[in-house]
Design a protein around this ligand. Sequence first.
Ligand SMILES: *Cc1c(COP(=O)(O)O)cnc(C)c1O
Length: 366
Amino acid sequence: MEETAKAAKQQFNVRPNAQAISAAERATLLEDPGFGRVFTDHMVVIKYSDDRGWYDAEVTARAPLSIDPACSVLHYAQEIFEGMKAYRTQDGGAVLFRPDANARRFRQSAERLAMPLIPEELFLEAVRQIVSIDRDWVPSGEGALYLRPFMFGSEVMLGVRPSSEYLFLVIASPAGNYFKGGKDAVTIWVSNDYTRAAPGGTGAAKCGGNYAAGLLPQAQAVANGCDQVVFLDAVERRWVDELGGMNLFFVFDDGSINTPPLGTILPGITRDSLLTIARDRGIKVSESPYAIDQWRADAESGRLRETFACGTAAVITPVGEVRSVDGNFKIGDGGAGPVAKELRKTLTDIQRGNAPDPHGWVQKAY
Ligand SMILES: *Cc1c(COP(=O)(O)O)cnc(C)c1O
């Protein structure tokens, strides 16, 4: 492993940005970065072709790409991405949370989209390179440096087949609170018209196309006064899948928690971490299908105490109310519940190196 890590590192040609943003301007930008609006000075670019494999890895000034109008991704959407964060630690360093899980999932997404599999160690080194060169962009306090590795088909051709050339990039964006105003709980809209993922489809892959298909239902959610859309399964339109970009958890009055099983949903690393943390604490956890009607009935009877969404960007977001064409229902008292708060604290403490890390999830970023 040591040897592969070294080999991956040596591949990078590092060319620092001569026009990097000044320290003063950076400090202003870091005061309230929001989510995905502010970007760092650099990016990682690695090329791939069927003939040469992975080549020309570089760390360079963040700049627009020049793309041919027939670039295959623009037509057939061969694109995948990851979302992960670098956290500032007490000693002034930075750490990554389970980056190996992101590397593995990226390869799984690539496989589903008929794209080349980037070696795990090359993916990880690309991430470490950008955090290292842009280390001054890692916010302290509540925020984190959001990292966005992504890859797309870059061959110039209109044939319907996998691209023979790809670009892999990593960009970085300091992030504050994902939801504007950092509110306590969100209201979500049940989409009856649209689904996110069918069995055999791309629901478990982190690909841009899934998000494109989710934008209209998300707009309907907003039009109905909600923050987010929740999707039901594509076959029976009955089982709760997930939100457009976050997994869901349900907390019951007997202290147990449940989350929908893997299959068509995105296998969230936050989801997996919360399942592990909950099991460690002796909480009874299950991964089983949960019907929309049951959700409503349990919320109304009080058997359901909490519902929360989870993902890297927002960590844990309590769901206060569910709305749909069949009527609305409230969850608990409509605010953040104790289990959501407790799990959120435990997870963020581990992520920031403020709590023991029994599973070895946290790694130095550089
Ligand atoms: C990324 C993503 C999640 C959350 O995954 P994490 O690894 O926890 O960040 C959930 N659902 C969808 C659709 C996603 O794209």
